[in-house]
Design a protein around this ligand. Structure first.
Ligand SMILES: Nc1nc2c(c(=O)[nH]1)N[C@H]1C(S)=C(S)[C@@H](COP(=O)(O)OP(=O)(O)OC[C@H]3O[C@@H](n4cnc5c(N)ncnc54)[C@H](O)[C@@H]3O)O[C@H]1N2
Ligand code: MOO
Length: 397
């Protein structure tokens, strides 16, 4: 049976990348303040030097540093006050080593000055300023371009835009940002037993968990959900819903019906709509009965019905494409060994106990397993597991 011709997770991702590259390559330009949380689609480069003038970081007297050398309480330097800088205005003064200009914090440094003495270290006697401390060249000054130089790279392509990036872009004169447009989704939950939230359940029925988990993840990734629906085990209804879904979205997600039971219609529906099945069966645990197909250029993923499998496979297959900056893993000590089947990449939920990761075992049909988990560790397919005491990577949910 085809089902058992499993494809590795890496190979499955390669297939998605190769066949659906245009789905993941869309870009748009948005105003700076709307770019928060999005991913940069090109390198962002400063248009200006920041600051655009040498400025003081303190309230004080701009001087030539050399004119304060050796200054102390007992032998202060005496300088002639030439004037005062005004905030937001050009400082047109030029000083020599016998002169100073008062500059407020953020004010422009006059020509000739290369340091600022804080007012706490000064005494004013008419037009004479006595400075009782020495300063080094550059002290209390932010030089032109010290924060950003024109053409500095502010963010590489493919990075998540965070509040501090937005401020840096504003400083660098960036008003619009080119960002990636994540593919849009449509979710179909299948199964006669699956009922919508709020339904009075009859014996044998269950509440649709997967479309809620998957919708939440789609939202968390910043993708648009174009719709979601529930379909019983009926091939024609399923085909109709798939047709509707691929018209309005880039990626159609089906939950359930991916296995080989007599009512598992996902594969048939895809084929009868003129689509292609590229993967049926993935060497991953949980989630072996996963389907990857395409219908009219749209990516169709059939996720296993078991709620843990549905969520883990969804993350495993798509996170690299949609959450490009998913962050580093935590390096943790494994408290207890984990056995895995060689040839299958295993996604193992864990909880945290101090610096330890503790494996959390349970059935893939039990969603509360993930509710308790902090994150998961991944056992590569060429390993038989991890030993207690191993240092493992843990990704937070
Ligand atoms: N003979 C075999 N049977 C099964 C195998 C196998 O290799 N050989 N694999 C098992 C594994 S592993 C999984 S996972 C499931 C996948 O089955 P399907 O994708 O066809 O899913 P269903 O049979 O429709 O449902 C499985 C399970 O999940 C519940 N479910 C379905 N949809 C939802 C939903 N939206 N929210 C919550 N729970 C849902 C459903 O009621 C079933 O209990 O196949 C095994 N069988
Ligand atoms: O593969 Mo199933 O998805 O292990 O529960």
């Amino acid at each position: 049976m085809d089902f058992f011709k499993v494809t590795s997770l890496e190979e499955s991702k390669k297939i998605i990348r190769k066949q659906f590259i245009e789905i993941f390559s869309k870009k748009e330009i948005v105003p700076l303040s709307e770019s928060i949380g999005r991913y940069s689609a090109s390198k962002i480069v400063s248009r200006d030097s920041v600051p655009s003038f040498d400025k003081s970081t303190v309230d004080g007297y701009a001087v030539k540093a050399e004119s304060t050398h050796g200054a102390s309480d007992s032998i202060p330097s005496m300088l002639n006050l030439k004037g005062e800088a005004e905030m937001g205005k050009e400082n047109t003064y030029t000083i020599d080593s016998s002169e100073t200009v008062y500059v407020p914090t953020g004010g422009m440094i006059p020509c000739g000055a290369d340091a600022v003495v804080m007012i706490e270290y000064s005494e004013v006697l008419g037009d004479e300023i006595f400075l009782n401390t020495s300063v080094a060249k550059g002290e209390n000054i932010i030089y032109r371009g010290e924060d950003l130089e024109k053409n500095d790279i502010l963010l590489e392509s493919g990075k998540k835009i965070r509040p501090q990036n937005i401020g840096t872009f504003a400083a660098g004169g960036i008003t619009e940002v080119e960002v990636s447009v994540n593919p849009s989704f449509y979710i179909i939950s299948t199964g006669d037993e699956v009922k919508s939230l709020g339904s009075e359940l009859k014996p044998g029925e269950i509440i649709d968990i997967n479309s809620y988990t998957l919708e939440a993840l789609v939202n968390e990734w910043g993708s648009k959900l174009k719709g979601r629906t529930l379909v019983g085990d009926n091939l024609e209804l399923l085909k109709n819903e798939i047709k509707k879904g691929i018209e309005v979205s880039d990626i159609l997600i089906l939950s359930g019906g991916s296995s080989v039971g007599s009512k598992d219609y996902t594969c048939r529906a895809i084929k009868e709509l003129g689509g292609e099945i590229m993967v049926h069966g993935m060497s991953i645990k949980p989630g072996k009965p996963t389907i990857i197909g395409g219908v009219h250029g749209k990516l169709v993923i059939g996720l296993p019905g078991h709620p843990v499998s549905a969520l883990m496979v969804f993350k495993a297959l798509l996170e690299d494409f949609l959450n490009k900056d998913k962050g580093k893993s935590y390096r943790m000590i494994l408290k207890k060994e984990i056995h895995s089947t060689p040839g299958r990449t295993t996604y193992q939920p864990v909880v945290i106990d101090g610096e330890y990761a503790v494996p959390l075992h349970g059935k893939s049909g039990v969603i509360s397993l993930l509710n308790k988990a902090f994150g998961y560790t991944i056992i590569p397919s060429d390993k038989e597991g991890f030993n207690s005491g191993d240092i493992v990577d843990v990704w937070a949910f």
